[in-house]
Design a binder for this molecule. Structure first.
Ligand code: FES
Length: 117
């Protein structure tokens, strides 16, 4: 059984917000296939997380750039999500974690904005 098939609690590795020249960004891995057959985030929940995050960001009006990408280099600890500035990570995320992730992202964006004002 691959690591992505084992349910583990989500891990949030939040770093302090930083001033940045660019707007806050969130990147969600939705990779569906690794050539060597090893773990990838998409089948482990990444695709559902992407949809729920996009919907939640829009509903809450969170000002953050959203991108779905093919790999964050955290394949064994996926589904994985990264937010910038500062490279904070969510690992072992599942769709049911999305409300908690959105809460943290919302606070992160507000903290970054406060640094810029
Ligand atoms: S496949 Fe998602 S981090 Fe690599």
């Amino acid at each position: 059984m691959s690591d992505n098939n084992v349910k583990r609690p989500m891990e949030a590795h939040m770093r302090p917000p930083k001033k940045a020249r660019t707007a806050p960004a969130i990147r969600v891995c939705i990779n569906e296939y690794q050539e060597d057959g090893s773990d990838s985030c998409g089948p482990g929940g990444g695709l559902e997380i992407r949809a729920a995050l996009e919907k939640g960001i829009e509903e809450r009006g969170i000002e953050i750039n959203f991108r779905a990408i093919e790999c964050l280099g955290l394949c064994k600890r996926g589904p994985s999500i990264m937010i910038d500035p500062g490279s904070s990570y969510f690992m072992y995320a599942q769709p049911e974690d999305v409300p908690e992730i959105l809460d943290m992202v919302e606070k992160f964006v507000a903290d970054v904005k406060a640094l810029d004002s």
